[in-house]
Design a protein around this ligand. Sequence first.
Ligand SMILES: [Zn+2]
Ligand SMILES: [Zn+2]
Length: 198
Amino acid sequence: MDFALRCDCGTVRGSAQDVSPGLTNRVICYCSTCQAFAHYLGRGADILDANGGSGIVQFSQGRLRLDQGAQRLACVRLTENGPLRWYADCCKSPIGNTPSNRKLPSIGLSTNWIDVEVSGCTLDALLGPVRHVGYPDHAVGDTSDLPVGTHSLRATIRRFYKIVLSARLHGDRKRSPFFDAATGKPMADPREDERADD
Ligand SMILES: [Zn+2]
Ligand SMILES: [Zn+2]
């Protein structure tokens, strides 16, 4: 499957191509760091669900192409050994999180970045049901109606490693829009969360 990607203002655009539905994991993550990322962008109110959840789909970075706006890519690291959290600096749209080096060439793509209109169908039709709900104990508000994933944590982790293995076998780490193909360095210098010093 293919789908179009577009930040809210339309500056950073790209696509995901030939993404095998068997090599994706759709999750909703309620962890406090995903929530902190939305607040870091000043977007807590409009990109998190009512319980603080972020929509994410995991697949290989090598399936992504950036067609426009690469110079507006930015990333922040919110915890010491945590992932790089990528976003479009122009309008503070979340893009996704990657490991901090390209050894594991996977991305947890923010479903906010998916251009549902151009892709021509709903997220459910595009990505299938939510497989896993991460960190439900970090959810906020009335949690009696939290979504439930279709797969166990174990099945989800197994699928994640299948994604990483397939990405490595296909040499996808050299085709990531987030890391320089020659040096392996991130395409933007990771920022630190200035608010942490408050
Ligand atoms: Zn999370
Ligand atoms: Zn933008």
